[in-house]
Design a protein around this ligand. Structure first.
Ligand code: HEC
Ligand code: HEC
Ligand code: HEC
Ligand code: HEC
Ligand code: HEC
Ligand code: HEC
Ligand code: HEC
Length: 337
């Protein structure tokens, strides 16, 4: 016989309450942990560091011109504050190296991930710094590989702090990669049906390196020659080429690009300016194309046309067949041409 039936009921009520609270606590923990992480702590540290007492700790995000949502600034709040430039200031609070953010790129629209890759939405450090879907540090986080992303919006060679990218583009031409992997037409257009390297998706550096040194490792019947020896003497050149390869798979966001600034000139025959005797051009125009500049001794019209530039005879008019021969190389940088 139970003398005190109420005691039992109270016990079970209490137990139920405890279990309920536990479940609620677990749910809250999962939600907080899923969206948050250590970003709140970084924000508190940051505001303490700059002496701001009542700042809102909240997820900060940018909708970038690349179409991506970028939350890196939930932890990285240093921006371009001069007082945080000291290398002793730890990341993520340290100011950005000069000139890359607001000065030349409006941080609001050209967001961090546009240059550094990573996973823009992630709020946990390891996920944010990794390639989407992976856990390995995205190589674009560090120099010199950051330079690959400059090609999203600038032609290789168009901006100064991207010399490794330009060197990589040159190597791609010099080593004959474009013979099998042409960048003009899409798809498997090349000799030996080499695939279009713009469509292979983002790969780890290790994978790309293996593709060069031991092509059979990734494709058992690949006819690609091995390039391991090529770089034995000069490992820096291999990095240049890898940077160019990394750049090929990145998207080219139309809304924030500077890539096509001078494209209209590409459709113009060289002879429309180089019309004088010996192909002399007049006017204040100066070439910026690093390819034309690097090869000006070979491409100088007077070399082959010492007197008058011949009259256009072919269809399309005025395009020098000798310069057209170089078209495969032009498309390394001037895409789709
Ligand atoms: C949860 C906070 C957090 C988020 C979100 C975050 N970072 Fe970081 N980041 C850090 C911390 C902390 C460090 C310093 C790490 C260290 O010193 O090991 C750092 C370091 C870096 C570095 C220097 C890397 C190096 O090894 O030199 C870069 C570049 C960087 N972050 C870019 C980004 C970008 C781009 C994003 C967004 C895609 C991002 N971070 C998102 C916290 C964050
Ligand atoms: C236009 C491209 C660009 C954008 C946008 C950009 N960065 Fe950078 N970032 C660079 C380059 C280039 C470097 C290397 C500068 C150098 O070596 O002097 C760099 C360096 C860094 C470093 C220092 C890494 C180190 O080795 O100490 C951090 C941290 C960093 N960026 C974080 C960010 C964050 C956070 C954002 C967004 C607020 C951002 N970057 C936006 C290009 C960019
Ligand atoms: C998402 C697109 C984007 C990326 C990625 C990008 N840039 Fe830019 N960059 C621009 C735009 C757009 C401008 C012009 C800004 C303006 O006029 O306000 C610019 C301007 C510049 C300028 C000023 C000089 C000029 O010709 O106007 C330099 C230098 C520069 N970028 C260097 C770089 C480097 C180096 C990288 C790679 C680390 C890089 N950019 C990555 C879009 C980008
Ligand atoms: C003789 C033709 C040929 C030459 C020259 C050549 N490749 Fe290849 N490459 C191929 C073939 C064929 C494959 C095999 C891919 C397949 O079967 O899908 C391949 C594969 C690759 C892959 C891996 C693609 C993937 O989907 O994973 C990379 C990266 C690559 N080549 C880069 C280069 C670079 C960089 C150069 C110049 C240094 C070069 N190739 C020169 C024919 C060539
Ligand atoms: C908008 C006008 C214009 C167009 C189009 C143009 N150029 Fe030029 N180019 C010039 C001017 C101006 C100079 C400097 C004067 C000169 O050397 O004749 C020059 C110089 C050169 C030089 C250096 C000559 C030297 O003696 O140092 C080369 C090489 C050259 N251009 C090649 C080309 C090629 C190849 C094309 C076509 C892809 C081309 N140019 C299209 C205006 C133009
Ligand atoms: C390496 C030698 C070489 C160089 C450099 C060169 N050309 Fe030519 N060009 C040729 C040859 C070969 C032909 C074809 C011969 C012919 O049709 O008379 C040709 C033909 C032409 C034609 C006639 C095309 C047609 O429709 O028939 C034009 C126009 C022309 N070149 C312009 C130029 C200009 C402008 C430059 C300098 C930017 C230049 N070429 C530099 C070799 C060269
Ligand atoms: C290594 C990369 C690269 C290659 C390869 C390349 N270009 Fe360029 N080109 C550029 C850059 C960078 C610019 C300047 C873009 C700007 O400032 O907006 C440019 C600009 C031009 C212009 C505009 C006028 C000028 O000189 O600034 C013409 C015309 C041109 N290129 C023609 C060619 C032709 C023809 C070829 C192939 C024979 C070629 N390019 C190969 C990078 C390249």
């Amino acid at each position: 016989m139970n003398a005190e039936p109420g005691k039992d009921v109270r016990f079970w009520r209490l137990a139920l309450l405890l279990v309920g609270l536990l479940a609620l606590g677990l749910a809250v923990w999962v939600v907080v942990d899923g969206t948050g992480g250590d970003w709140q702590g970084h924000q508190e540290d940051f505001f303490a560091r700059i002496g701001v007492k009542q700042a809102r700790v909240e997820v900060r995000q940018i909708r970038a011109c690349t179409g991506e949502v970028d939350r890196c600034v939930s932890c990285h709040l240093g921006g371009e504050r001069d007082e945080l430039r000291d290398p002793k200031v730890p990341h993520p609070h340290r100011a950005h190296p000069k000139d890359m953010l607001h000065h030349q790129h409006t941080a609001q629209r050209i967001a961090c991930s546009a240059c550094h890759g990573g996973s823009g939405r992630a709020l946990r450090q390891t996920a944010a710094h990794a390639m989407p879907g992976g856990t390995e540090l995205d190589p674009l986080m560090k120099q010199p590989h950051i330079q690959a992303s400059c090609a999203r919006c600038h032609l290789p060679g168009a901006v100064k702090p991207a010399d490794r990218l330009l060197a990589g583009a040159r190597l791609y031409a010099e080593l004959g990669c474009a013979v099998c992997h042409p960048l003009g037409a899409g798809g498997r257009g090349g000799f030996d049906y080499g695939p279009d390297l713009r469509t292979i998706g983002r790969k780890s550096l290790a994978y790309l390196k293996t593709s060069l040194s031991d092509p059979l490792a990734n494709f058992a019947d690949s006819t690609m020659p091995a390039f391991g020896r090529t770089f034995e003497e000069n490992p820096e050149a291999e990095i240049d080429l890898l940077i160019f390869l990394e750049s090929l798979v990145l998207t080219r966001p139309a809304d924030c690009s500077q890539r096509d600034r001078s494209d209209y000139l590409l459709d113009q025959a060289c002879a429309s300016c180089h019309a004088g005797s010996g192909g002399k051009a007049s006017g204040r125009f100066e070439h910026r194309c690093p390819f034309i500049l690097a090869r000006k001794d070979e491409l100088r019209c007077a070399n082959c046309h010492p007197q008058e530039i011949p009259k256009a005879t072919r269809l399309g008019g005025g395009f020098c067949p000798r310069i057209q021969q170089e078209r495969n190389r032009c498309s390394l940088c001037h895409e789709g041409r």
